[in-house]
Design a binder for this molecule. Sequence first.
Ligand code: SAH
Length: 565
Amino acid sequence: MARSAPAIVILGQGSLATARKLQQLYPDALIHGLAERVEGADRSYQEFGATLRQLYQQGTPIIALCAAGIVIRTLAPLLLEKGAEPPVLAVAEDGSAVVPLLGGLGGVNVMAREIAAGLGVAAAITTSGELRFGTCLLNPPSGYALGDLELGKRFVSDLLGGESVRIEGAAPWLAEARLPEDRHARLTIRVGSAECEPAANELLIYPRSVLIACNGNIAGADALREALHQKKIAVQSVACLLAADRDMASPALREAAAELGVPLRFAPAAGSVAELAQQAVPQLLPALSVGEDIAIAVASQPLDPQQIGRPRGRLAVIGLGPGAAELMVPAVKAELARANDILGYETYVRMAGPFRADQVMHCTDNREEMQRARHAFELAAQGRSVVVVSSGDPGVFAMAAAVLEALHESSEPSWHQVELEILPGVSASLATAAQAGAPLGHDFCVLSLSDNLKPWAIIEKRLDLASQADLALAFYNPISRSRPWQLGRALEIVRQHRTPQTPVVLGRDIGRPGQTLRVITLGELTPEQVDMRTMVLIGSSTTCVFPKAGGGEWVYTPRWYGQKP
Ligand code: SAH
């Protein structure tokens, strides 16, 4: 499988020049710089340890420009966990040394050599097998899978002990390796897609040359394993699953592919699953059918799943949170990293970036919500991974509802087949409340004061009833140039039910540069203090204010109501 773009992590300004050189080797890599120490990085982070561990857990290759010891100590707590290990390298900040640390099976030595060549130094390769044979036998090139790691390690240590080896099957990459070959050797490297029992004197390497075409009603991964076993084909040789477009939303297929750890691809339906396979990949040997739902086809070479049919498209509607990177949920960060296309209002798309050169930004005007939602489905229906960005939470006066409405209105089957997910964010009312204390600590009511999409009379009615019900109030879209008088009128209604002493919190550009937070009273509040980048929180009858050490005030609404319990 293709390696994902590495993250280049730096701690100080002095490393930026070397980091940029590395970025020339990996144009998709982003430079992560420590906030306050580094200016001009692509991403900034607050905490080195947490950042490194998060990247590692996401499987992102890491190039850290710092002492190897720091990296080892930081990642140590994660090393006993199972799971794939991404390449991790330490590079001296002046570019004079490259040390591959982790991810021997993920190609760390290959990266170390690439980097060393780019910097004009030698890589500190310490892997014996690799040094002796010039390749890591346990890390076959993409398109091939190792049978069993533990047996493999044993095999390599026998080889290092001085034994010779013979190669069965086609292993073109081994031609360049310096292996002690002998036709009569006891140790054998066997390359092929046939199912076979692992033996101690054999290193099994499977070409990923098998395609399974199947229907959406298969009984999970076990049915596929059983079919492979019947035809004596190794499960490790499966390159991908292929199904008809109409089965795109099938959970059984998705789960089976995930369980086998292979990509799931789709192509237009054909007469049978065997024909489906043959049409998508004409160079396959004739497919072996297993019942009506499964056909297995073997190619003479490894297959590249990227070239077979297309993936199921994905559309994620994400919330960036108020603005600060620390307040963005990790699932949203991961989604942004995998996106092919990013759609949204220009300000938010820029806030979500920077993006790699291969990612396409589609910036539109804030008002064109439905058009943007439809455009997102058109792109996702082509098999792309699409992200629609909102600030705060996408479900709070933002794009999630527009996207669902566009889908609901559409009878286009390919739109309904798209994998759609809504990923939440920290909404402005919650980000503002947290900075002020807990003004929304009891029941509260969230309202948008914009009458662009609803009649003003409804807003007045809701304001009146919510104020009467003594709910704390959170106003989104409180005012704008085209809606100059509405906030004044709204305050008149609230004042009929609340005293002038009621605490009010005004949060402007919360979580963004130049943020301001003000605590005033309802009596003091005038529309001039508010603009469209402001969140207005109005307390209930129980909301309290008290001074904070060091200046300012805490605001909270107690969790009890009426009598203190
Ligand atoms: N989906 C967004 C809200 C969109 S409506 C969310 O969940 O936060 C836009 C309104 O949200 C603005 O008019 C303003 O009232 C408020 N808002 C959005 N971001 C803000 C921020 N960073 N600081 C203060 N208010 C903000």
